[in-house]
Write a protein of this length. Sequence first.
Length: 70
Amino acid sequence: MTDALKHKILHVCNQKIKEKGPHVGLSFYAFFQNKNDNPKLLMEAATWWIQTHQLDHFEKAIKIKTLIES
C-alpha cells in the first residue's frame, strides 16, 4: 500500500473517530469522493480491504486504523 493511501486512510479514520466516537464504522469507500476520480487508488484500497484482510463491508474505524499502523 502506498504511503499516500495510508495517510489518507489514517486521516479519515481519525476524523470519523473524532466526530462520531470510537465505535464508528466505515467502508473503504469512505476514503474517496462520490466521484471515482482515481480508479487506481480505489482498486488499491479495495484490494487491501477485501483480498488482503478479508474485511466486511463495514468495519470499525479503530480497527482499520490499527491495521494501517501495524
